[in-house]
Design a protein around this ligand. Structure first.
Ligand SMILES: C[S@@+](CC[C@H](N)C(=O)[O-])C[C@H]1O[C@@H](n2cnc3c(N)ncnc32)[C@H](O)[C@@H]1O
Length: 402
């Protein structure tokens, strides 16, 4: 039996649940509804229509419109989108609060100059194209908003380039780590904890909105992009990086290699072998192994594969976008352009590191993992009104379509 992508309140995969009387249509999941129904109910087993959670291309849309039927503590309720969205958003926040992005790449004490130095050194070695992709030197004097600042590597570059920098992040951890970076560097910026789907800024406040590796982690990406559009001034630009569906990582590594690896991780010798092949920390491999043993079918579900094999085994949500679906998200903008980057040699264990840089760059430009979208808000909004909004399937993530 397939299990669902929903997780329990710890951001950990739920058990496969009780056998279902209608296995084709109804799916057992566990949802933490306690915060939403206050003291009325505690986290309990719930049932939702299977299709709601499995058709990833429409997941955001389904989250917006709500599921048809959920049973909570034996009572049928009519859940709104906010039930599932806020539950998932809380898991996303908890995950990133506990493991601020990239912080795991260094052993230096958090908040020290050495911490930021080693993070940046690692970041721009692994992502050499990132600096030129942003073009910091052209941002002097611009009002720049970064959504999801993480540990603030680009934040510092924007500020040093003379941009009027503002950061917003869902977590207090990211905001304070970035703020500390600015204190150490004597830099100026504004820092706010907030949600990309409901930005705490007035319309037209920024000339550039930058977001790297963030909006595929929020449950309603289309809403976040609408917010990007709203806070941009006419003529303002958006520069957004999302995970790429038509990438080697998604189509080959996650769909095939990592699924095969899951079988290897079921045994102790398999874990040792996997460690030799992928050079991943043993602790992380063991966490994968635990999850596989808990519920092998759930682990192999493609949405779960994507979540657990992108930003750590307990990451509650990642999504992927093709070039057309990403462009569709930016239907309100003009001059929309996409570019694909980033190749990780570890995707080809054994031979990956032998590939010459030139070929690696070419592979990255074809089947890379990072899909950058550059877009501009129209100067005349009246023109935007004439642009027909594409059908929903053109604008939503395709993460769960398998
Ligand atoms: C993968 S990290 C990327 C951080 C940074 N941009 C980078 O490239 O290193 C994802 C970040 O997005 C933030 N995030 C996730 N969902 C968000 C949301 N709805 N609103 C604002 N920030 C969000 C997380 O807190 C986390 O700091």
């Amino acid at each position: 039996m397939h299990t669902i992508a929903a997780r329990d309140s710890q951001g950990i995969i739920p058990s496969s649940g009780q056998p279902d009387a209608r296995p084709k249509k109804v799916f057992p999941i566990r949802i933490d509804v306690s915060s939403l129904f206050d003291s009325l109910v505690r986290p309990v087993s719930t049932r939702v229509r299977r299709s709601s959670l499995e058709i990833g291309a429409h997941r955001s849309e389904l989250l917006e419109t709500g599921f048809e039927s959920i049973t909570v503590a034996g009572r049928r309720v009519r859940p709104t989108s906010s039930v599932l969205q806020s539950n998932l958003k809380k898991q996303v926040e908890r995950f990133w609060q506990n493991s601020p992005c990239d912080s795991w790449f260094t052993n230096e004490a958090r908040g020290t100059p050495a911490f930021y130095r080693s993070l940046d050194e690692h970041r721009y070695r692994v992502h050499p194209g990132l600096l030129s992709a942003v073009g910091f030197e052209k941002t002097r004097g611009l009002r720049v908003l970064e959504i999801g600042c993480g540990c603030g590597s680009e934040a510092e570059r924007f500020a040093r380039a003379g941009a009027r920098y503002t950061a917003v992040d869902l977590t207090n951890a990211a905001v304070s780590i970035t703020q500390r970076r600015f204190q150490l560097g004597g830099l100026e910026g504004c820092f706010t904890q907030g949600d990309a789907e409901d930005l705490p800024f007035a319309d037209g406040s920024f000339d550039l909105v930058y977001s790297h590796g963030v909006l595929h982690h929020t449950p309603n990406t289309p809403r976040a992009i609408r917010e990007v559009h709203r806070v941009l001034a006419p003529g303002g630009r958006a520069m957004i990086m999302l995970y790429h569906r038509d990438s080697f990582n998604y189509q080959v590594n996650l769909r095939v290699v990592r699924r095969l690896r899951a079988h290897l991780l079921k045994t102790e010798p398999g874990i040792k072998l996997a460690r030799k092949i992928w050079h991943e920390p043993e602790e992380e491999l063991r966490r994968h192994a635990d999850l596989i043993l808990q519920d092998p079918d759930a682990y192999l579900d493609m949405q779960n594969m994507l979540n657990r094999n992108t930003d750590g085994p307990d990451n509650p949500l990642s999504q992927v976008f093709s070039r057309p679906s990403a462009s569709g998200l930016f239907w309100q903008f003009e001059n929309v352009r996409t570019e694909v980057m980033f190749w990780n040699p570890n995707w080809l264990p054994g031979i990956g590191k032998l590939i010459p840089r030139l070929i690696e760059d070419w592979l990255a430009s074809q089947w890379g993992w990072h899909l950058w979208i550059y877009a501009q808000k129209r100067y005349l909004e009246v023109a935007a009104k004439r642009v027909r909004r594409p059908a929903c399937q053109e604008v939503h993530a395709e993460a769960l379509v398998d």
